[in-house]
Design a protein around this ligand. Structure first.
Ligand code: PRP
Ligand code: URA
Length: 208
């Protein structure tokens, strides 16, 4: 599908397999989420624009480059939190704005419980971070919020996507690129990605 980018990097595949493993403990799980997020963010930011910047090396003046746009990282609470640290290390001047959503277990619809965005957008490019793109409801709701806020350039960075969730995000926001470590088979009856990795929030935070 257009605008969907499953990673083909061997390091991502290797780390994702460890992440899926039900024997991986929360400490290792968090470490892997952080590392995979950084690798995916590296891929997702390959087309960011630059502007020229003069720099003095110890030997000469030269023209270098710096990022043109201010970047915002938008983790979807809770599970997206674990992705922030890895991405932030690559772009330490990014702003981090949290959006709190949980999926109603019965309807599988997202319920918003936290959003403290200022009235005017303070960033121009947003990376939405959430490891699981299941029905796509949480991603779509977050992108809706960011568009209402006034952000025009948005990218979704997740770890595992289900075809159903990818299709929903693509239908509602076709211009938003979706970067993933893998696309899995389908959603099960409880709305979990199959084979997936289980509950990403519970596995990171040792709950459930
Ligand atoms: C998980 C996950 C996504 C959402 C994906 O969060 O982190 O935010 O489900 O599902 P969807 O694509 O069907 O909307 P969850 O609701 O379990 O909350 P948590 O991160 O607080 O555990
Ligand atoms: N949220 C998760 O944490 N895992 C899934 O498989 C689906 C939604």
């Amino acid at each position: 599908m257009e605008n969907v980018f499953p990673s083909t990097h061997p390091l991502v595949a290797h780390k994702l397999t460890k992440l899926r493993d039900k024997h991986t403990d929360p400490k290792k799980f968090r470490e892997l989420v952080r590392e995979i997020a950084a690798l995916l963010a590296y891929e997702a930011t390959a087309d960011l624009l630059l502007q020229p910047r003069q720099v003095q090396t110890p030997l000469a003046d030269m023209q270098g480059a710096e990022l043109l746009h201010k970047i915002g990282l938008i983790p979807i609470l809770r599970a997206g939190l674990g992705m922030v640290e890895g991405v932030w290390e690559l772009m330490p001047s990014a702003e981090v704005w949290h959006i709190g959503l949980y999926r109603d277990e019965r309807t599988l619809k997202p319920v918003e419980y936290y959003n403290k965005l200022p009235i005017e957008p303070t960033v121009s490019v947003c990376l939405v971070l959430d490891p699981m793109l299941a029905t796509g409801g949480s991603a779509v709701a977050t992108i809706d919020v960011l568009k209402r806020w006034g952000v025009t350039r948005i990218k979704f960075v997740g770890i595992i996507g289900a075809p159903e969730g990818i299709a929903l995000v693509h239908a509602r926001h076709p211009e938003v690129p979706i970067h993933l470590a893998a696309i899995d088979e389908h959603l099960n009856k409880r709305g979990y990605i199959f084979p997936g990795l289980g509950d990403a929030g519970d596995r990171q935070f040792g709950t459930g």
